[in-house]
Write a protein that binds this ligand. Structure first.
Ligand SMILES: [Zn+2]
Ligand SMILES: [Zn+2]
Length: 360
């Protein structure tokens, strides 16, 4: 008589049978889809709109409405063959595999992807953070067997602290230097809007100025009901008007000619990477603001524990330290080594050093 383990339907499904890691992203063969693939595929489930996760050229794309809208804003109407929006918590079946999206708390529309079959649930969290953000739905904890986590800030040195305290620091500087402009480098999707919302929460109600590259996404956030107060275009502002004002721009613009239109600007940069003083110095940032849209070390480890997962797959960032930590806790853990997340330098995922040195 054959041992029970040899009978397929009695064998517990292996996680790798449900989601198979490939260098271009994880693939669900039975469901016929990839999650955040870094090359064009037939069917993609996309966690959020950052360009290293949300690429153009897939046949069919399943995502939240906001992620689809942000992809459309960035790539134009023809970014995918077909699209399907699903709401947080809504469950659909793809090839007999149950798929649901849950809030990831990273940027507007960001989602974790829960994939389930034969009693096995894997959650691919994309990028996430477990702290409050006035511009997106809070992270929702989904119990699972396997948790796929990012590790952008996966080293114990990364503790982001309190974003409100960083904003208070900014507003003290604005009060101290009323004749100077404060120019904040912030990633165009998510960070810029969160910084503005935090400034408003702190009670600052003066107009805030935007670099042209931030306008479309920021106005999209407003169209989704996120109040950001009075926003003006830097383009139309005189130097005198910018004295004492706060303006936001993409990080790359801080060092560009563009910044010379500001009166004696205080250069600030809102990023989890600002915890590292050498990075602030290298970017010639006068006022580093430690504000991140990714979980810090404590957030990553607390979330992994809270999911109850017995197995952790770690992707993009400081994979080794988190894998090591998980194994010490008796969890099964592996790095995924997906190539292509963080390449664009336009999100916080992998912040290239100004001299071109890689961040990892
Ligand atoms: Zn992201
Ligand atoms: Zn990412």
């Amino acid at each position: 008589m054959a041992a029970p383990a040899a009978i397929p339907y009695l064998r517990r499904m292996r996680p790798e049978d449900l989601l198979t890691p490939t260098p271009a992203g994880v693939c669900c063969k039975a469901g016929g889809f990839h999650i955040d693939p870094t090359r064009p595929v037939e069917r993609a489930v996309i966690t959020h709109g950052h360009s290293d996760h949300a690429r153009a050229g897939h046949g069919a794309v399943l995502a939240t409405q906001e992620t689809l809208d942000l992809m459309r804003l960035r790539y134009g109407e023809t970014f995918a063959g077909t699209t399907q929006a699903i709401r947080y918590g809504e469950r659909i079946a793809l090839g007999g595999i149950a798929v649901a999206l849950h809030p990831a708390g990273h940027v507007l529309g960001s989602a974790q992807v829960a994939v389930q079959a034969n009693g096995l649930r894997i959650v691919a969290s994309g990028d996430y953070k477990n702290v409050a953000d006035p511009t997106c739905t809070p992270f929702e904890l989904i119990p699972c067997d396997v948790f796929i986590t990012e590790a952008t800030f996966g080293l114990p040195v990364f503790r982001h602290g309190d974003a409100d305290a960083e904003i208070a620091k900014l507003l003290r500087s604005v009060a101290l230097f009323p004749e100077r402009a404060h120019l904040i480098g912030a990633y165009s999707l998510g960070k810029a809007q969160r910084v503005i919302a935090l400034i408003r929460q702190a009670g600052h109600d003066m107009p805030i100025y935007l670099h042209g590259a931030l306008e479309r996404i920021t106005h999209y956030y407003e169209s989704r009901g996120i109040a950001l107060g009075e926003l003006r275009s830097v383009r139309n502002a005189s130097k005198a008007e910018l004295a004492g004002a706060i303006a936001l721009c993409p990080p790359s613009a801080l060092q560009e000619l563009w910044s010379r239109r500001f009166p004696d600007p205080v250069s600030a940069f809102a990023s989890g990477w600002m915890r590292v003083r050498a990075r602030a110095r290298q970017r010639r940032v006068e006022l580093p603001l430690v504000i991140s849209d990714h979980a810090d070390w404590d957030g990553l480890t607390a979330t992994i524990i809270a999911t109850g997962a017995s197995e952790v797959w770690v992707t993009h960032g400081q994979e080794d330290a988190l894998v090591h930590w998980a194994m010490l806790r008796g969890l099964k853990a592996r790095p995924l080594a997906i190539v292509g997340y963080g390449d664009e330098g336009e999100s916080e995922d992998a912040e290239p050093m100004p001299n071109g040195e890689a961040s990892a």
